[in-house]
Design a binder for this molecule. Structure first.
Ligand code: NI
Length: 132
């Protein structure tokens, strides 16, 4: 009986990541799937380049589900293919670049700004990042 009440409280709906990728087409526009211990789990699609930026206070974890995501760093490129991941350490400048229709996930604190210290026309503010 207690279990039922607990489940009602937290919700038992699982998340199918592939299905979530089918819900949107915008590129470089993170969508939030879940929150865990203050970290937001986000998915995004990309092609071409975003912008150079850094996050002074947050590491940024990228996991590629489809396509190829290159994390351009000042010291060289990190090329991520499907099933690969990388953590950009806090304070490290990066510029993500993706092959057409690349799908990836990011896990980062809710305080992490989309393009870090840079506010550009491609920046998606926290308020504009939808839960899906
Ligand atoms: Ni970033």
């Amino acid at each position: 009986m207690q279990l039922v009440i607990l489940f009602k409280g937290i919700g038992v709906k699982k998340i199918n990541i592939s299905d979530k990728f089918n819900l949107f087409t915008q590129e470089w526009t993170p969508k939030v799937l879940a929150e865990s211990n203050g970290q937001l789990v986000k998915i995004a699609k990309g092609s071409g380049e975003l912008v150079w930026h850094k996050h002074d206070n947050e590491d940024e974890l990228f996991i590629v589900f489809k396509g190829q995501l290159t994390l351009q760093l000042r010291g060289g490129d990190v090329v991520l293919n499907e099933g690969e991941m990388y953590v950009v350490p806090k304070g490290v400048e990066h510029c993500p670049k993706a092959l057409p229709d690349t799908h990836f996930m990011m896990i980062e604190p809710s305080s992490t700004a989309h393009t870090g210290d840079l506010d550009s026309e491609v920046t998606v503010s926290f308020e504009e990042q939808d839960w899906i």
